[in-house]
Design a protein around this ligand. Structure first.
Ligand SMILES: C[S@@+](CC[C@H](N)C(=O)[O-])C[C@H]1O[C@@H](n2cnc3c(N)ncnc32)[C@H](O)[C@@H]1O
Length: 173
């Protein structure tokens, strides 16, 4: 979060899958300055928890990120998050259709074997302002698996700088 905001107080921030709001908590605890934060969460119970976090200029939206991504006209300076790891074959049909639209917009091919974190990375990229940046927790398999090949190419063309922070020890249980 500190890396992302980098001292700017006019940032419009998006958290595309906020869960109970750990990233929102970070904004609050560290008293980061920003203009607005939009947080999306599909699960009603988690969204309600995120809604309770006391933070000015915060908007929690209980919806599918893909749907939001395809409908919004807002653009962001910073997208931060920890997207879900779910294979599309387990998505409801409506969600799959919205994910397909995200892939089409980026001229990428959709496959049911691809994982949801891929369309979160792609969709979030499409919602950035020209000089926007994105900070995501994503699996290291990004670097190897064949289903992420087109994502690697997309990222290499879309961004002018990519930092990878990896850990020797497993960071998440
Ligand atoms: C890995 S958790 C991360 C939650 C939180 N950002 C954190 O770091 O603790 C992923 C979250 O994505 C939510 N999610 C799953 N599918 C979603 C979708 N299509 N749109 C928005 N949120 C979704 C899940 O309910 C879950 O809360």
């Amino acid at each position: 979060m500190k890396w992302g905001i980098n001292g700017s107080s006019d940032y419009e921030i998006l958290e595309p899958s906020c869960g109970d709001g750990v990233f929102l908590e970070q904004l609050r605890e560290n008293n980061h300055k920003f203009k607005s934060v939009t947080a999306i969460e599909f699960d009603d119970v988690e969204a309600e928890k995120a809604e309770k976090i006391k933070l000015n200029n915060k908007d929690v939206i209980n919806t599918d990120f893909h749907l939001y991504c395809n409908e919004t006209t807002q653009r962001f300076d910073l997208v931060v998050g920890n997207p879900p790891y779910i294979r599309y074959q387990y998505f409801q049909e409506e969600q799959q259709n919205e994910a397909i639209k995200v892939f089409n917009r980026a001229k990428l091919k959709y496959s049911k074997l691809t994982n949801a974190w891929v369309s979160f990375v792609v969709g979030s990229s499409l919602l950035l302002k020209e000089k926007g940046k994105i900070g995501f927790v994503i699996p290291a398999e990004l670097l190897q698996v064949s289903y992420a090949q087109q994502l690697r190419e997309f990222l290499a063309h879309f961004y002018n700088k990519i930092n990878i922070i990896s850990f020797e020890k497993v960071g998440f249980p």
